[in-house]
Design a protein around this ligand. Structure first.
Ligand SMILES: Cc1cc2nc3c(=O)[nH]c(=O)nc-3n(C[C@H](O)[C@H](O)[C@H](O)COP(=O)(O)OP(=O)(O)OC[C@H]3O[C@@H](n4cnc5c(N)ncnc54)[C@H](O)[C@@H]3O)c2cc1C
Length: 428
């Protein structure tokens, strides 16, 4: 942990931390991990969420703890592919044209983030946060007794064509520069790793140090159970306002008003309105994503496999195979459209011939996304007693526990040991 003055564990073992009354708004992976770390520091913590813990976006993701994910979503190279992806009926990237007027400023900032120097800076920042991800995951999952869900299986990307593989070279180089272990596999090596996958891929990139969660929801639920076992309170209410006060902050919900010494805003894609109340207009959008659950075939995959040609992932989970796909820019209000992900089913079957396409369930989640791929982590401009912890986009499952750890460090006055300025909610 570069530069960390003291870990939360050491603090809990008797370091001098002033105990606060803290309210965490949001019980996704970010909120629950933050609540656990704050509780370990001796604070009295209440979590407020209208849903049960882990029932929003943290429920149905691909479960990758992608510690090697040190590249922002959009680079000069990926930006060039967007028109082709939008025109490809087998690619689940979609923009709602009706939503475009609201989306346009975010898209513009996304395009500006693709400039080379910004990509490099974002990559360095991501690496500093992702370096904390694995230890934080093991710490919280062992504490909560759910470490069986965390599998050291790596993260695998496969490419159908030489052109697609070559196009990815710049990203591979950047990830390797940031210290990720990156193994380039030929067809034979890929076959050894995934013998049940059809031999239709030109090549693959394997990140052996990444982890895979076989049930992301159960992990967050486990954090919540441990939090409550240790005396934490979870209230099933909707926060309607976070108001700075003289002595304490006020958190208003549909059931009344509570004061708190510190507040953490971890409401994922729903955080924007509260951030505005606290003096910031964050460029937060939602990239909606989908999954279909399919029965686990006898000849299964050994790890999540990301098909880079068509942007979908097949993930072996404890409850079956999860097909995840979709990057739909349509805001929070539009109803789900499962057509694009269902179109991918035959491609998934091509990839894993033993796959049973009998759909068990379908789900949509709301990635909370900032245009520079960096979450907002740190104090609010109008009241430094309120901490922002939202905007984790494609990697919130990876970064949730690390975010909880650094928020606890900030509240305790410890050096969080990452490039905090890059994640400042106030950054341009
Ligand atoms: C298809 C798909 C695949 C993905 N795969 C991966 C992956 O492999 N690896 C990875 O790292 N990430 C992945 N992600 C991203 C990841 O799931 C998210 O970044 C992460 O779950 C966000 O967590 P969160 O806690 O910020 O938000 P959420 O889990 O959405 O939680 C936010 C909580 O805030 C609550 N809330 C909202 N409004 C209020 C209010 N007014 N008052 C109180 N509470 C409120 C909500 O009810 C919710 O419980 C994927 C996402 C999708 C959609």
């Amino acid at each position: 942990m570069p530069g960390a003055a003291a870990t939360a564990t050491e603090a809990a073992q008797g370091l001098d931390i002033k105990p606060f009354d803290i309210i965490v708004a949001g019980a996704g992976v970010v909120g629950m991990a933050t609540a656990l770390y704050l509780q370990k520091d001796g604070h009295r913590v209440t979590v407020i969420d209208p849903r049960d813990p882990g029932m929003a976006t943290s429920f149905g993701n691909a479960g990758g703890v992608v510690t090697a994910g040190n590249a922002p979503l959009v680079t000069g190279q990926t930006l060039k592919k967007v028109p082709g992806m939008l025109l490809d009926p087998e690619n689940a990237l979609r923009i709602s044209w009706r939503y475009l007027p609201q989306l346009a400023p975010w898209l513009l900032r996304l395009a500006l983030s693709a400039r080379a120097e910004r990509v490099e800076a974002a990559s360095k920042a991501l690496a500093s946060l992702n370096a904390l991800a694995e230890p934080a995951w093991w710490e919280l999952s062992r504490l909560s007794g759910v470490e069986d869900l965390l599998k050291p299986r790596g993260w695998l990307k496969v490419f159908g064509t030489k052109a697609g593989f070559d196009d990815n070279a710049a990203e591979r180089e950047m990830l390797a520069r940031r210290g990720a272990k990156v193994d380039v596999l030929n067809r034979d090596e890929l076959r050894q790793l995934e013998p049940n996958m059809a031999p239709i891929f030109h090549g693959a990139v394997f990140f052996p140090d990444c982890l895979a969660l076989v049930n992301p929801f159960r992990a967050v639920d486990g954090f919540a159970a441990e939090f409550q076992r240790r005396g934490g309170v979870i209230l099933k209410e909707t926060v309607t306002a976070i108001e700075p006060g003289t002595d304490a902050c006020q958190v208003v919900s549909d059931s009344g008003s509570r004061s708190a010494d510190r507040v953490v805003l971890a409401a994922g894609a729903w955080s924007k309105g509260f951030a505005r109340q606290l003096g910031l207009k964050p460029p937060l959008e939602t990239e909606r994503g989908y999954h279909l659950m399919l029965p686990a075939p006898e000849k299964n995959l050994n790890r999540p496999v990301l098909n880079m040609d068509k942007s979908f992932c097949l993930c072996p989970m404890e409850t079956g195979v999860r097909l995840t796909s979709g990057d739909e820019l349509a805001g929070l209000a539009a109803p789900p459209d499962y057509t694009p992900i269902r179109r991918i089913l035959p491609l998934a079957k091509n990839m894993l011939p033993s796959l049973d396409l009998d759909e068990q369930s379908a789900w949509m989640g709301y990635r909370p996304s900032m245009p520079d791929s960096l979450p907002a982590i740190g104090p609010a401009p109008r009241d430094p007693r309120v901490f922002f912890a939202f905007g984790h986009g494609h990697y919130g499952m990876t970064q949730g526990p690390a975010t909880g750890r650094v928020i606890a460090d900030m509240i305790a006055g410890r050096d969080p040991g990452f490039l905090a300025d890059s994640f400042s909610p106030n950054r341009a």
